[in-house]
Design a protein around this ligand. Sequence first.
Ligand code: 5GP
Length: 189
Amino acid sequence: MLELEERIRRNGIVEGGEVLKVDSFLNHQIDVTLLEAMGREWARLFAGEGVNKILTIEASGIGIACIAAQVFEVPVVFAKKSRTKNIAGDVYKVEVPSFTHGGVSEVIVSKRFLLPTDRLLLIDDFLANGAALEGLIDLAAQAGAAVIGAGIAIEKGFQPGGERIRAKGVRVESLARIKSMEAGKIEFF
Ligand code: 5GP
């Protein structure tokens, strides 16, 4: 998606060669008009697939997923990073290593909000090693829900996540796929 690529070139900041900061428009300060255009693009790509719910992961996927959900006219569920052990109630759980913070989070979704009849679109801001997306796929599998595909804002194509997730047979639609990046120079596929 050209508009997103141009924005990344203009406002993205490469940190240490591995991490791209896009906090001026995507995940801290948020350009909602851009998010709406992204939502419309995913709606075009996944048209006719019967998506009835969007699933994302706390925290930075939530804004993007909410605007996409508005375009799809479906609810959005976000998997929560649980801060307390033995959370009350019936939940699906998975452990997800964090790319940006290190460490592992236990991620949960209430069984009430993921159903075997669901046709899920998974949404996240970044795809790096694929752990976050694999966690969401695992939660969907626990619920017996169908994963129609994944809508990713920015895929860092030089990291292995995209290949890993596509090898599982999951359709991944990344709106910007970075081939290489260094300070001041970002190339897309
Ligand atoms: P993965 O699980 O695919 O290794 O990493 C994806 C998650 O890590 C995303 O949910 C995102 O929040 C975070 N992440 C990965 N790479 C980057 C990056 O370059 N910049 C930012 N801001 N977040 C990233």
